[in-house]
Write a protein that binds this ligand. Structure first.
Ligand SMILES: [Zn+2]
Length: 250
């Protein structure tokens, strides 16, 4: 029979939102039947690995594959924002080339808001976990989700459990967390399908414009995929004011 292992694991307060009721509190005495990775141990307590900034076994920094030994003190730290995913870190030695997202259905409206800022965010209401994992693994995208089970998957290297409830707040949360700064390219991406817009002559789309749009706007773009027409309107201004109010450089 395998010997029983006992660990003392300390967590920051912000992880209480993940932990099961009996595990609340800054320190947990954790016993297990057999040796396993620290990733597995932490996630069995409810905290997805995507939320973790550093792990220490006693005073030594360790990675997700580390296998603790009996009576060790493990300290788990959260990520300190801004989280620059383009720089290597001890837990995530292979950084991302650029910031791109895949958005889960439970935070779908966030995808549209990210696109409004010109950011690359793939999303479909039809996505299942397998699709999200594909975009995370093959296209190296950051997973945005409220599903802790999905974020625990090994294929997900970069992700964020979105804390806020409302889409506008979620946008501010994500922009601040990943330290994304302007200048943002408003009006470059289709809100419906994430494709880059292309300019189009007003005279070529005149038949598709409402009378007021026809009168007040002259610069138009079109989505090469869904053919939706875009112009720089008041919703952009509202968004800019909101971002500025939250101290975000636009
Ligand atoms: Zn489109």
């Amino acid at each position: 029979m395998n010997p029983m292992l006992q660990l003392t694991i300390s967590f920051p307060e912000e992880f209480n939102c993940f932990k099961r009721r009996k595990n609340k509190g800054p320190e947990i005495i954790y016993t297990l039947e057999q040796k396993t990775s620290i990733k597995h141990i932490i996630e069995s307590l409810g905290v997805p690995h995507t939320e973790i900034g550093k792990i220490f076994a006693e005073d030594k920094e360790v990675d997700f594959n580390y296998i603790p030994v009996n009576s060790q003190k493990i300290t788990v730290l959260s990520i300190t924002p801004p989280f620059d995913v383009t720089r290597p870190s001890f837990l995530r030695p292979e950084p991302l080339q650029k910031i791109r997202f895949v958005v889960d259905v439970n935070v779908g409206k966030l995808a549209l808001l990210l696109r409004m800022l010109g950011l690359d965010a793939v999303y479909s209401p039809k996505y299942v976990d397998r699709d999200i994992l594909y975009f995370s693994g093959k296209e190296k995208r950051i997973v945005l989700s409220k599903d802790t089970g999905l974020l625990e998957c090994r294929q997900v290297i970069f992700g964020r459990h979105v804390r806020s409830i409302y889409p506008d707040d979620q946008l501010i949360e994500i922009i601040k967390f990943f330290g994304i700064n302007g200048p943002f390219k408003f009006f470059i991406r289709c809100l419906r399908c994430n494709k880059k817009l292309v300019p189009i002559n007003k005279k070529d789309i005149l038949h598709r414009l409402e009378p007021k749009t026809k009168r007040y706007f002259n610069r138009f773009k079109i989505c090469p995929q869904c053919r939706r027409i875009y112009w720089q309107g008041s919703h952009h201004e509202k968004m800019k004011i909101r971002l500025q109010k939250n101290g975000i450089y636009i």
